[in-house]
Design a protein. Structure first.
Length: 500
């Protein structure tokens, strides 16, 4: 479905400033939404909101629907009486510009456990009824997720494929004993999900009231070590004895890597999914749409054909393309959920069949200005070649910042073509040159990372694909979110008609 002409900012909530080591859903989140409103922005794009595992990647979550409990605001827990002021006095000295995940997790999980204990002690009947209602309304995923996380903790973080066979394979009656033995831990994980959803949905309502829609992200695949795979093994192509994937996901050699990207996620058993009316996928999309207004499907091309790599390979080079039932899937989702507010991440190795699938449903594709200046006039990312039903970006979370790209990645030819295209250099720097170029394009939506609004360099990059460590940690300082930037954005919005 086409979207109105508008603009927005890409920023994940972990990047908010604050004294608790990682961005959260408290005061700074609302301040950022106010900044969007000041800048006449209509979109806030985020990365997946799920609880992250090894590597801290939001694209490798323990659940396709659960929320990241690290985003829960301690200040809001204090306001609700679930923490005492003394709980927030001796806060560790956290880095200001980056998330130290190990340090933040250790401190914050301990704090959340204290809040969960207090939740039981305060005996607030209304709050507890709300909690029970949340658990009932989300039982189709929450029960398995809370049990999975409790079992993971009981097995010292080992992947579920290393658990005892009867629990790994969910034998009849085998889960009754751990449910009883781990009931306190199960309660904790239900409690933090309740708090996350309460805080996130309050923030979403605030944004929506200011005419700001949230663009959420669905990774096409889920992590192998997740509640989804453990609880729904038939959905995935797994070895029935070990639980390991038969083949895994990735992409062939591309712009980001000469050997491809070996993601390692289990692949779907599409024949089984089709026999169920794609029920698991429909419930997944419904769950994400309860948290966001628009969905961006990451690696959309994998729903037309996907790159399959034998399990155990060290790179993604020895894979093969296999067709996926994209039309049947989207028909099933549309029949059960109605209109499809979807953006297709159609980057990478794209062919005509992928474009036909995208266009059949009217999904906007993505255009990246960092890719626009390396070839000739036929480059599909040049603004004059962009379709209206597109979302244009300076760069995404997988790209360098624009300043970083210009100085560290772009070659002399690309830099020369950029300034030939825009005619002259402005006194605001290359980041704002590209922001203006995105806003001036015919693409219905223009989204830029907050790092580009601030004009930051490579030190502020969010993710480097195929690099396992050091990603997802960038945070901005509170003083950087100046009204001047909002006013600049607002001027561009009105000048280029993105206020519709």
């Amino acid at each position: 479905m086409p979207f109105p002409r508008s603009s927005g900012i890409l920023l994940h909530p972990t990047s908010f400033p604050g004294r608790y080591g990682i961005g959260d859903l408290g005061t700074e989140a609302y301040r950022f939404v106010d900044f969007l409103a000041r800048g006449a922005q209509r979109l806030w794009q985020i990365l997946p909101l799920g609880p992250t595992g090894y590597g801290n990647s939001p694209y490798m979550s323990f659940s396709a629907i659960a929320g990241n409990h690290l985003l829960i605001s301690p200040d809001i827990l204090l306001e609700k009486g679930l923490l005492e002021p003394s709980d927030l006095e001796d806060i560790p000295e956290f880095p200001v510009d980056r998330v130290d995940f190990d340090k933040a997790i250790a401190w914050k999980v301990s704090l959340l456990r204290k809040a969960a204990s207090n939740f039981v002690k305060i005996n607030d009947t209304i709050l507890y009824r709300q909690f029970e209602g949340f658990c009932r309304g989300n039982a189709d995923w929450l029960e398995d997720y809370a049990l999975f996380m409790a079992l993971s903790n009981a097995h010292e973080g080992k992947p579920w494929t290393d658990w005892p066979e009867n629990i790994r394979e969910r034998h009849w009656g085998a889960l009754d004993y751990p449910r009883e033995q781990l009931r306190d831990e199960i309660f904790f994980h239900k409690f933090v999900q309740f708090e996350f959803f309460e805080q996130w949905l309050a923030l979403k309502r605030y944004a929506n009231a200011l005419n700001i829609q949230i663009v959420g992200d669905i990774p096409i695949y889920v992590a192998g070590n997740s509640a989804d795979v453990w609880a729904n093994p038939r959905v995935f192509r797994l070895d029935p004895h070990s639980g390991n994937p038969i083949e895994v996901a990735g992409v062939p050699p591309d712009y980001f890597s000469e050997t491809g990207q070996l993601w390692g996620n289990p692949l779907y058993d599409w024949d089984y999914l089709k026999s169920t009316g794609f029920d698991w996928w429909v419930r997944r999309v419904k769950g994400v749409l309860s948290l966001v207004d628009i969905i961006r499907i990451d690696h959309f091309r994998g729903l037309e054909a996907y790159w399959s790599v034998p399990f155990g390979e060290s790179t993604a080079m020895n894979g093969r393309w296999i067709k996926a039932p994209g039309y049947d899937l989207f028909n099933a989702i549309r029949d059960r959920l109605g209109k499809l507010p979807i953006i297709a991440e159609d980057l990478g190795d794209i062919d005509e069949a992928v474009l036909n699938l995208r266009d059949h449903y009217g999904f906007p594709g993505m255009k990246i200005l960092h890719f626009a200046f390396g070839s000739d006039a036929g480059n599909p990312y040049l603004p004059f070649n962009v379709d209206r039903n597109s979302v244009i970006y300076t760069g995404t979370h997988d790209n360098n910042t624009t300043v970083g790209w210009f100085h560290d990645n772009a070659n002399e030819h690309e830099r020369a073509r950029l300034y030939q295209y825009i005619g002259c250099r402005s006194d605001r720097g290359v980041a704002w040159d590209l922001i203006q170029l995105a806003y001036s394009s015919v693409a219905n939506q223009a989204i830029v990372p907050l790092q580009d609004v601030f004009g930051l360099g490579s030190e502020a990059r969010m993710n480097t694909p195929s690099v396992a460590e050091g990603n997802w940690a960038w945070r901005y300082r509170g003083e950087a979110l100046q009204d001047e930037y909002g006013d600049r954005l607002r001027d561009l919005v009105y000048f280029f008609g993105r206020n519709r």
